[in-house]
Design a protein around this ligand. Structure first.
Ligand SMILES: C[S@@+](CC[C@H](N)C(=O)[O-])C[C@H]1O[C@@H](n2cnc3c(N)ncnc32)[C@H](O)[C@@H]1O
Length: 368
């Protein structure tokens, strides 16, 4: 694999040749350049740059499986059911979901894991799961569901700003006088950004993502009948992502231009925009609810109680290591619903040609 410096050199050469690039184009190169983009390697896991919910605790996949099973029941228990996971990474969630399925259901399920990173697809291949590089490659399924965890915050975003006197400007990546990557504001690269940022007040900035809306369109195309369950960090109630962040070695970094390819680049997801677009396409929309709400609705407390009892029994039997393991597993599962962390993530439920009165279990109740 090339060193990250070589990606920076190529970005600089591209700007010299073609002029400033949109932040979305820069993000695309920094994350997904085939040889040196950040996702050209597998950066997720406890010992890597960051850990997502399935890497934090298998309870996540176990509870998602509960929701998937209910989706299947809501669709009238069809004889075949397709799970499509978008942005599947190394397949940790896929393995958890499939592992939690009862044998009768395992027989009727097919699982397709979609990821645009070659390294991720190699890992998925090792797991023996059917793979695709893009949702656009997935043939429509008669009945099924799409699951996506922390996909959309990594989808390239345009960075727009409303000037004090009214017009919108877009932030591009350019070169300063010493040929270092720097920002410059110019006119919008596409008119759609003006619509997406129409309510941005003077002086405010926002990351907007036409490409995330395309993911919703792909979901609507792929699902003949079915559900989507989309999890990410982000906003609702009119808030927006004001700036992108870098992420490396479990730490946030503000500088997203230095050494492209060496860090994750991410920005919170505008769940209002997703829900609006899904409704516009005729989809049923539930939520967003917090991940805490969704996982508690799906039975988080029951799993914790079983583990607490196992921990107590192990202490009673003087099995110290077993007790310690149960304690540690409970702590990790608790991170999934923690305030100020993964518990505050949002989950959006979508339905395509489904009964809108049957509310998915993860979206029911008032547990936030
Ligand atoms: C933050 S990782 C999350 C991985 C996994 N879902 C998890 O929870 O650990 C985002 C993943 O989405 C993939 N990705 C980004 N854009 C994508 C797209 N348009 N289609 C498919 N995969 C994509 C990236 O390659 C990366 O593996």
């Amino acid at each position: 694999m090339d060193e990250p410096e070589s990606l920076e050199r190529r970005v600089v050469e591209r700007i010299r040749r073609d002029g400033p690039m949109t932040f979305a184009a820069y993000m695309d190169a920094a994350l997904y350049d085939e040889s040196s983009g950040y996702y050209a390697r597998l950066p997720i896991g406890e010992s890597e740059d960051f850990a997502t919910s399935p890497h934090v605790s298998p309870v996540f996949g176990e509870l998602v499986a509960t929701q998937v099973k209910e989706f299947w029941q809501f669709l009238g228990e069809p004889a075949s059911f397709e799970i499509v996971e978008a942005g599947a990474g190394d397949g940790t969630l896929a393995v958890q979901i499939l592992g939690a399925m009862e044998p009768a259901m395992a027989d009727i399920i097919s699982y397709t894991a979609v990821d645009r990173s070659q390294a991720a697809r190699n890992a998925l291949r090792r797991n023996g799961i059917r793979i695709a590089a893009a949702l656009g490659e997935v043939a429509p399924v008669e009945a099924g569901c799409v699951v996506a965890n922390e996909l959309l915050d990594n989808v390239p975003a345009h960075w727009v700003r409303r000037e004090a006197n009214g017009p919108l400007q877009e932030r591009y990546v350019d070169l300063d006088t010493s040929s270092t990557l720097s920002f410059v504001d110019r006119e919008l690269s596409m008119p759609q950004l003006g619509l997406l940022a129409a309510s941005l007040p003077p002086g405010a900035e926002s990351l907007v993502r036409p490409a995330a809306l395309e993911v919703i369109e792909e979901i609507a195309r792929v699902l003949g009948r079915g559900y989507a369950w989309i999890v990410d960090y982000g906003f609702t109630g009119g808030a927006t992502a004001e700036r992108p962040y870098g992420y490396r070695a479990h730490r946030l970094e503000e500088d997203v231009l230095a050494a492209p390819g060496s860090r994750d680049i991410t920005a919170g997801v505008d769940f209002d925009a997703l829900a609006r677009h899904a409704r516009h396409l005729g989809l049923v929309v539930w939520g967003p609810v917090t991940q805490r709400h969704a996982l508690r609705s799906l039975g988080w407390a029951t799993i914790d109680r079983v583990r607490r009892e196992a921990q107590a029994a192990a202490i009673g039997a003087r099995q110290g290591i077993t007790a310690l393991r149960a304690y540690s597993d409970r702590g990790r599962a608790a991170q999934l619903i923690a305030s100020g962390g993964l518990g505050d993530f949002l989950v959006l439920g979508l339905g395509v040609n489904v009964d809108p009165t049957r509310v998915p279990q993860s979206m029911r109740g008032d547990l936030s």
